[in-house]
Design a protein around this ligand. Structure first.
Ligand code: G
Ligand code: G
Ligand code: MN
Ligand code: NA
Length: 257
């Protein structure tokens, strides 16, 4: 398959890059960190979204080297910003992990090595795992516990789209849920989405988890989330995912969020 060959070479040829999107405190409007989102600058197709190649990377196993590269890149960038940009020394970086990455045999050693190599303090790294992965594998929960022992927190990504049973959810060693953007985008138009967000908020409260809302695009969405005591948000209202140079410029002239 041509795409597979291309993707295999993309890492060596440095065609992959990491974009960063701010995660903002809804309580204070302060920047709290970033989500790292991989992109592929394809020589013919231009900027390709991970939605287009992560599934292939998972099928072929390329996700293991790709994921390791993203993790290293993101930790290294976060540490550089902490060192060089005033006010960034407590910001954290969130990195998406696919199921296959989480369940690979040497993940813990790999994460440890990357943290040592980049000198990023583990407390500033957060791993994002989708709900379906956690729901399907007890092993995943065990690994997250070990990561927590290492000082690395995790969150459940795309929450509300999977099927975690409530009885299992409280056993996940996780301190944050990310509300899937599909609920946020519908919240002004559809009562049900509002009810789902309300339910997620009260669930998170009883499990002592914080919540990040994704895909926040309007002031109305933000206000509704604030009124429900949602702690964090990310979305185009604050900033699109940006390449590191552009994010750096934004950090140096932070808008009033
Ligand atoms: O940035 P964008 O909305 O195009 O991302 C699409 C999807 O790709 C999202 O579900 C996101 O979680 C996923 N994604 C982005 N970067 C990474 C990555 O580095 N690793 C994995 N496993 N998924 C990623
Ligand atoms: O699955 P995950 O949550 O990791 O993916 C986040 C995806 O959502 C990224 O691909 C990112 O580009 C996209 N995204 C981030 N903010 C917004 C937003 O406000 N609106 C929309 N439509 N997409 C967003
Ligand atoms: Mn994510
Ligand atoms: Na998500």
């Amino acid at each position: 398959l041509q795409v597979e060959t291309d993707l295999r070479r993309a890492i060596e040829r440095e065609e992959l890059c990491v974009f960063y999107q701010p995660i903002v405190s809804l309580l204070t409007g302060a920047l709290t960190g970033f989500e790292a989102l991989v992109r592929w600058r394809h020589p013919q197709w231009g900027l390709v979204s991970p939605g287009e190649f992560i599934p292939l990377a998972e099928e072929t196993g390329l996700i293991l080297s790709l994921g390791r590269w993203v993790l290293h890149q993101a930790c290294d960038q976060m540490r550089r910003w902490q060192r060089t940009l005033p006010g960034t020394d407590q910001l954290s970086i969130s990195v998406n992990l696919s199921g296959r990455q989480l369940l690979q045999p040497h993940l813990l050693e790999q994460v440890g090595e990357i943290l040592t190599d980049t000198s990023l303090d583990p407390q500033f790294l957060r791993l994002e795992i989708t709900e379906s992965v956690l729901g399907d594998y007890d092993e995943a929960v065990t690994i997250l516990k070990k990561l927590k022992d290492l000082g690395v927190d995790s969150c459940i990504d795309d929450f509300g789209t999977g099927h975690s049973s409530l009885s299992r959810l409280h056993r996940f060693p996780i301190d944050r849920l990310k509300i899937d953007q599909s609920f946020v985008s519908q919240v002004e138009h559809d009562r049900e989405s509002g009810e789902i967000i309300r339910t997620i908020m009260s669930l998170a409260q009883s499990l002592h988890m914080d919540v990040t809302a994704e895909g926040v695009e309007t002031r109305a969405q933000r206000q509704l989330l604030q009124s429900l005591d949602c702690q964090y948000a990310q979305g185009f209202l604050f900033s699109r995912p940006l390449p590191s140079a552009e994010m750096e410029a934004l950090i140096q002239h932070l808008p009033h969020w």
